[in-house]
Design a protein around this ligand. Structure first.
Ligand code: PCD
Length: 793
């Protein structure tokens, strides 16, 4: 299963065409500083918007005085929640069936919540005027700790919801409780562990922003915005603002990283639209870093208990888990299944077990809303962390090697498609070779010997393993939607007379390199070189409807659409070729880029010849329309299930408790690989994310609800200095239902790496009797763990 396509090439103008390493088509503009991001948009007469945010976590708004701000130089308008309420615009629906305040009317519910906005001639005038708005708050007790949110005397945060008398958000369960309890009752060994996956933030390099331009004469709204889902956002604006959908154009230009942070609709976007309608001018709103960190979609914040039951000789029988999910003040994420926890259903990991059960309770707290899928395909990161940590706890309890325990319990290749105990169907997998390759690359046995020697000398070296299966590519429209919108993706391919092509996608790249990989998919199918294929995306006026890029869904869903639309074009080209060569279609043979007459390879026409004929003078075969183009809407029949084996080697300084990731081996299996160079980049980025979450990142709050991670001085994210040279490998297990066998990969490394790192640190601390320590494993946390004083964050 280990092979690399031999047709790799580095020169974009060279054959062969199709899959393989290829420099990114988008990079010339990025490396020359010629990208066009939202903040680069300048329109004549454009005004600037700044948002006043709540300084406190929970308070009643008594009064707002905007008069001084209105009189400030350059100010064109000051808008409060009360003014929006008059238009019915103070609240908006979220993408997971809750509502969120655009501007607070009654109360503020988290520090950083939007309270009012100023529109002025420039950004400075707008920001200066914010300081002149006088808000009188009646401060209320906040709920900060999710564990206390359901206490009977806890202040009620969401009293805007009718009849709401507590902070309960939702309950969700999956699996079979009774069957699981029965297996646990007869198991030789049961291990349980409490785990916290702390609140982290996607922190994309570009913060969120928008430019709204409403034309009152023809009623058209153009909105440039930092969105990962332009079509879904457009539909929602149409529903909320009452502007007809065909009069709204959402443009997501170059985007400086999304990572799930740019999936939700933020109040700022709506404010920019309102501001443009009110002033009759284009209006720009651009967050600063602190605004992004304190008010936009965070991720994780799960308090989990994992329990695992096994036989004495290491056969895993059942897994049970209980989760308390902190969703902040509004359930403001996007969720393709009814409960924004649904993808947590893969918490049984890569193991063939008898029973499983999960119970989850979600609560509201006075923290920023979200729970976004920060490189986690909707809660898979938490699930993988849970299962890979408790499997390690079990190995420890059994005195078994963690690699051996995993190998013993893997779902076997002949069991695929494999239906899990919570009802998911893993499409394909071949886990053992992936694990073995990672162990070979690491020199696993040798590492264990080295560790033994070091332990004898009092040195702290740890080896951590994680093995993950993800569910990505949401999703089949029969069981997945966002706010009632099905998750199919459109794709259009048009071949011009000279044989150059344009492919229009409904997904939207934020740095993943779609302009390259989607050109490669089309190239592989119709043999036009990638350099001759323009990929258009991110503009609702110029691309077909679809739900956007997140949850590693672009390749599984839109990638399939691109391959199929190209095959449709090829089918038509075959008919035209049969006319050109005066043979029947059955007598034609396709070889990348041309049709040959069977047995007479000298008689052939290229796809470029066919394109000219399709548009040219002269007859086409009976019943064939002119032109060479097609369109499709692809509804996936299942998700794709990539997997991977990760091994991390750490050294812990016994004097400072500092963790150094010395080596990291990542073997990924994402099925057919379109562009190995891009995949490696995706994996490197995700592994770096993992180091951040495992060792550094946490959005913490003090007891009053002040966000303690409001700048990149306080919220540490990793740089090249904190990460090792990644060692990557791969296996290829194609997806059986995807037309080219590809699975998603964009989030794999973020999902798989944190448990490998934590497992490695815990392994290093074994001499201290440590069985678990919660992320982020900062020196002080590791120090506490070494001294038996670990406490939950
Ligand atoms: N690929 C290949 N092959 C295969 C797969 C894949 O080649 N097999 C490639 C593609 O095509 C692209 C990439 O790779 O290009 C990726 O892919 P995917 O997996 O499909 O994914 P997408 O959809 O595209 O994307 C998304 C992701 C996500 S989800 C995230 S987080 C992140 C990632 O992506 N983000 C980002 N990565 C990245 N990168 C960058 N640069 N930036 C960003 O932002 Mo979420 O849900 O949103 O949380």
């Amino acid at each position: 299963t280990v092979h690399e396509r031999v047709d790799t090439f580095h020169d974009n103008d060279q054959k062969p065409i199709g899959y393989g390493r290829m420099l990114r088509k988008e990079d010339p503009r990025f490396v020359r500083g010629r990208g066009r991001f939202v903040d680069d948009i300048q329109l004549p007469g454009m005004l600037h918007l700044a948002i006043l945010r709540s300084p406190v976590a929970h308070a009643r708004i008594v009064a707002i005085d905007t008069s001084a701000a209105e009189a400030s130089p350059g100010v064109k308008a000051v808008v409060t929640g009360a003014m929006l309420a008059q238009q019915g615009l103070a609240w908006m629906p979220t993408l997971s069936n809750d509502v969120q305040a655009v501007l607070a009317t009654d109360k503020v519910r988290f520090q950083g919540q939007e309270v009012a906005f100023v529109v002025a001639e420039d950004r400075y005038a707008a920001r200066d005027a914010l300081e002149l708005i006088d808000v009188e708050y009646d401060v209320l007790d906040p709920v900060i700790d999710a564990r206390r949110a359901l206490e009977p005397d806890a202040p009620v945060i969401r009293d805007d919801l009718e009849g709401k008398a507590n902070n309960h958000c939702f309950d969700w369960e999956t699996g079979d409780e009774a069957a699981t309890a029965a297996v646990f009752a007869r198991a030789d060994v049961v291990v349980s562990q409490d785990l916290v996956y702390p609140r982290v933030h996607p922190a994309p390099m570009e913060t969120c922003g928008a430019v709204a331009d409403f034309d009152a004469v023809d009623g058209r709204l153009r909105l440039w915005s930092t969105t990962q889902a332009p079509h879904a956002h457009r539909t929602l604006y149409a529903l909320v603002a009452g502007i007809p959908e065909h009069k709204i154009q959402v443009i997501s230009p170059d985007i400086g990283g999304g990572f799930g942070n740019k999936v939700p609709i933020y109040p700022g976007y709506v404010c920019a639209i309102v501001a443009s309608i009110v002033t009759g001018k284009p209006v720009k709103w651009m967050e600063d870093r602190s605004e992004n960190l304190i008010s936009t979609g965070f991720a994780r914040d799960y308090i989990m208990r994992g329990e695992i039951a096994a036989t004495r000789d290491g056969r895993i029988l059942a897994i049970r888990t209980n989760v308390l999910a902190d969703h902040g003040a509004f359930n403001g994420t996007a969720a393709p299944v009814k409960y924004p926890a649904g993808f947590f259903g893969v918490f049984t990991g890569s193991y063939d077990i008898e029973a499983a059960y999960c119970k989850m309770t979600a609560v509201y707290t006075n923290k920023a809303p979200g729970g976004v899928a920060y490189a986690c395909s909707f809660r898979i990161t938490e699930a993988v962390y849970l299962v890979e940590r408790i499997v390690d706890c079990l190995a420890d309890e059994l005195g078994m090697d963690p690699a051996e325990l995993r190998l013993k319990n893997f779902i076997r290749p002949e069991q695929f498609p494999y239906k899990t105990k919570t009802g998911w169907v893993y499409d394909s997998g071949n886990y053992e070779p992936t694990m073995r390759l990672a162990m070979d690359m690491a020199g696993y046995a040798e590492l264990r010997r080295e560790q033994e020697e070091k332990r004898a000398r009092g040195e702290l070296m740890g080896i951590g393993i994680s093995f993950f299966t993800e569910a990505v590519g949401a999703g089949p429209r029969k069981n997945m939607d966002i706010l009632g919108l099905g998750m199919a993706d459109g794709c259009e391919l048009r071949v011009h007379p000279t044989g150059k092509a344009v492919v229009r996608l409904s997904v939207q790249s934020q740095g993943q390199g779609h302009e390259t990989t989607f050109a490669q998919i089309v190239a592989e199918e119709i043999g036009i070189p990638p350099a001759d294929i323009e990929v258009l995306h991110g503009d609702t006026d110029n691309t077909p409807f679809g739900l956007g890029t997140y949850g590693s869904r672009s390749t599984p869903v839109s990638g399939a659409a691109a391959a199929l639309v190209a095959r449709k074009v090829r089918d038509k080209a075959r008919i035209i070729a049969s006319g050109m060569l005066e043979v029947s279609v059955a007598d034609l043979e396709w070889e990348k880029g041309a049709f040959h007459v069977k047995g007479d390879p000298g008689k052939s026409v290229t796809i470029q010849d066919i394109a000219m004929r399709a548009h040219g003078a002269g007859d086409l075969p009976e019943g064939v329309e002119g032109g060479l183009e097609a369109q499709i809407c692809y509804n996936p029949s299942n998700l794709t299930y990539p997997h991977g084996a990760y091994i991390c080697v750490v050294d812990v300084d016994p004097g400072t408790a500092q963790v150094k990731v010395r080596r990291f081996i990542a073997v990924d299996d994402c099925g057919t690989r379109i562009n190995p160079m891009i995949i490696e980049g995706q994996v490197h980025g995700g592994l770096t994310d993992g180091v951040g979450m495992a060792l550094m990142e946490m959005i913490a709050f003090d007891e009053d609800g002040n966000c303690l991670g409001a700048s990149l001085m306080d919220y540490l994210i990793p740089t090249a200095l904190e990460v090792p040279d990644w060692e990557t490998g791969f296996t290829v297990t194609p997806s059986p239902h995807h037309p080219i066998g590809a699975k998603g990969v964009g989030e794999s490394a973020t999902v798989g790496s944190p448990p490998a790192i934590v497992n490695a640190v815990v392994d290093a601390l074994k001499p201290f009797g440590v069985r678990h320590a919660d992320m982020p494993l900062t020196p002080s946390r590791v120090w506490d763990a070494m001294r038996g004083q670990a406490r939950p964050p």
